[in-house]
Design a binder for this molecule. Structure first.
Ligand SMILES: [Zn+2]
Ligand SMILES: [Zn+2]
Length: 244
């Protein structure tokens, strides 16, 4: 939902209101390299994030799933393409594209939609996506990206992955994993994303060299020390990571 949440006056939301470290946008990644750049996901904070990074145009966006916090910025992206007279290139599994077009039927006027088949290449990265369990919300997609021997994965919206769904998460240099709460007390059937405690157990199992937790709600206070292992950190707005 982004932090601060409009209705909330908790310490984390108050810090966020005062432009503190806890002010955070909906999860997204901008990958930059000499071979080009692309974004992963385009939520409702897309415009604000673009302004913050002083990026004027996004040519390519890879989408994980068709939930509002991951696609709510698509109409603004399409509008920017219109005014720049350039076409945007959207990449997603076919079923995700189908929902996007149902929701925003005018987007193909500005955006080319590319269904992902057996992997794709973007900015020199070889990318493979697979379906991951997203709890009460059904399924999302995670992506495994490889370039010159560096391997990382983006899995923002998942919970209780099966062994098969965990398989592509082995042998990673970096894992970016969504964790909304530190310890989510709600009943399992109502949940949709790992909490930090569960995520740490998952890391024990798959042993990525390094991990970053994203998709953080106002339950997580970046000013607090959660005693995370040295190779695990919390993402924050504007964080940059060197992929090597
Ligand atoms: Zn709050
Ligand atoms: Zn999400």
């Amino acid at each position: 939902m982004g932090v601060p949440r409009v209705y909330c006056e908790c310490g984390v939301c108050q810090d966020a209101r005062e432009q503190g470290v806890n002010r955070r946008y909906r999860s997204s990644v901008l990958l930059e390299s000499k071979e080009g750049s692309f974004l992963i996901d385009c939520g409702p904070d897309w415009r604000t994030a673009m302004e913050r990074h002083r990026v004027r145009f996004a040519e390519q966006i890879l989408v994980t799933h068709a939930h509002f916090d991951h696609i709510g910025g698509l109409p603004e992206w399409a509008d920017s393409c219109r005014w720049l007279n350039r076409r945007g290139q959207l990449y997603a599994p076919q079923e995700v594209i189908d929902i996007i077009i149902r929701q925003y039927p005018w987007l193909p006027g500005q955006l080319d939609m590319h269904p992902i088949g057996q992997g794709l290449e973007l900015a020199g990265w070889h990318i493979e996506g697979w379906k991951v369990f997203h709890g009460k919300n059904g399924y999302s997609y995670a992506y495994r990206l490889t370039k010159r021997g560096y391997v990382w994965a983006y899995c923002s919206d998942a919970i209780a992955l099966s062994e098969e769904q965990k398989a592509p998460l082995h042998g990673l240099d970096l894992l970016i994993l969504g964790t909304s709460f530190y310890e989510e007390k709600a009943e399992f059937s109502t949940r949709s994303v790992y909490d930090i405690k569960e995520a740490l157990e998952l890391l024990q199992e798959i042993q990525p060299k390094r991990s970053l937790f994203t998709h953080l709600s106002h339950d997580i206070d970046l000013r607090r020390d959660y005693g995370l292992p040295d190779n695990v950190a919390l993402a924050y707005t504007g964080k940059t990571v060197l992929l090597k």
